[in-house]
Design a protein around this ligand. Structure first.
Ligand SMILES: Cc1ncc(COP(=O)(O)O)c(C=O)c1O
Length: 388
């Protein structure tokens, strides 16, 4: 059976060209970038070339990019690094209720260490209001951390407006851009971000490598202590093949970002329209327009997200119930609850995330298969029978 992968927001397959450029760095060019001999210097040069590619993708300068071990680490570094370095100026952090756990759990950890956190609400589309951000700022606020786009419902937040407010009020601004880097055009100067987190495995690069953009002049304390790598900002011997792969993935993304976003938006819209017309009582989550080109998140009344995912898998279609991190737990999605959905619907959501190898045929196949699955599940639902 041909399998159809529609879970690109969880992770992407590596681009074959990325794998190709990484390979020599496992074998021939294996030097430690801190070594002064030629093996080491070759590895170092490769890291610097990758840094240029990542910087270029987001409109940053090379020296403002620090490679990390993941997007999660980049978020942790940004938040802990800034709040600990600026503790003498205040102890208040502003974030939102729909952040990824990499941000939420970090903020909760910091609450136990004397920091105060405001978790801003979102509207029914998952949008944070810039006005709410402004109102939440106090003389103690040192950091605003708001994601550029949500990984579950795909809503793209008004981050440049929020960045302007942060700049005006002299508060640091971090944005988790793990779902947007390589998918929509980004420029850190337009966003007015001081810190921006990215992860290679979301843009056809390898797992286990991320990056944090740190605007020049940002007061930040290192988060991993040890050697002097990454200009003393992130200790530990660099993951050379991973970083090289991230660089290539960034270069490829930059070359085709507009075209690919346009192609995926058309496929996404076809999928949304088809689902809404072919399956009654279907609700789209997230903003109808301000959403990632590759994200579709729906709930289907009287069916469970998990049951739909498992039944789709039996037909060779791989989707998800929301975020990869929460899909193995039975907790309703914190994002959907924050957007005001009742528990039953927050349990029932189904996310399709499209990518480079998604075709029109794949979308048509979902539209052919899902109505039958829903009918079967509804036939087993006592609630649906009662309603019918
Ligand atoms: C919005 C967001 N932030 C952070 C992360 C964590 O990235 P990583 O898997 O590289 O740790 C993810 C991954 O799902 C994400 O979607």
């Amino acid at each position: 059976m041909k399998r159809i992968y529609l879970d690109y927001a969880a992770t992407t397959p590596m681009h074959p060209e990325v794998l190709k450029v990484m390979q020599p760095y496992f074998t021939d060019v294996f030097g430690n970038p801190s070594s002064i001999h030629s093996y080491g210097q070759e590895a170092k040069a490769a890291i610097e070339a990758a840094r240029t590619d990542v910087a270029e993708l987001i409109g940053a300068r090379e020296e403002e990019i620090v490679f990390t071990g993941s997007g999660t680490e980049a978020d942790n570094f940004a938040i802990k690094g800034v709040v600990y370095a600026n503790r003498s100026s205040g102890n208040h952090i502003i974030t939102s209720a729909i952040e990824h756990h990499a941000v939420l759990e970090t903020c909760m950890f910091l609450e136990k260490d004397g920091f105060e956190v405001t978790y801003l609400p979102v509207d029914e589309f998952g949008l944070v209001s810039p006005d709410d951000v402004r109102k939440a700022i106090t003389s103690k606020t040192i950091l605003i951390s708001l994601m550029q786009a949500n990984n579950e419902i795909g809503t793209i937040e008004p981050v440049s407006e929020i960045g302007s407010i942060a700049r005006e009020t002299e508060v640091y601004f971090h944005t988790d851009a793990v779902q947007t880097v390589g998918h929509i055009p980004i420029n850190v100067n337009n966003l007015k971000a001081d810190l921006l987190a990215a992860s290679a495995h979301k843009l056809y690069g390898p797992k286990g490598v991320g990056a944090l953009y740190i605007r020049k002049g940002t007061r930040i304390t290192p988060f991993i202590h040890g050697g002097e790598q990454e200009k003393k900002r992130r200790a530990s011997t660099e993951n050379v093949p991973g970083i090289v792969g991230f660089g290539k993935a960034a270069e490829l993304a930059r070359l085709e970002i507009n075209e690919e976003a346009e192609r995926l938006t058309a496929l996404r819209n076809r999928l949304i329209d088809g689902l809404m017309t072919n399956i009654e009582d279907t609700r789209l989550h997230g903003h109808p327009m301000m959403r990632l080109p590759n994200n579709v998140n729906i709930s289907v009344a009287y069916t469970e997200g998990e049951s739909m995912v498992l039944n789709l898998d039996l037909k060779g279609i791989c989707a998800s119930t929301g975020s990869a991190c929460s899909s193995s737990s039975l907790e309703p999605s914190h994002v959907l609850l924050a957007a005001g959905l009742p528990h039953e619907l927050a349990h029932g959501s189904l996310r399709f995330s499209l990518g480079k190898w998604t075709t029109e045929d794949d979308i048509e196949r979902v539209l052919e298969v899902l109505p039958g699955i829903v009918a079967k599940l509804r036939a087993m639902s006592p609630l649906y029978k009662k309603q019918g």
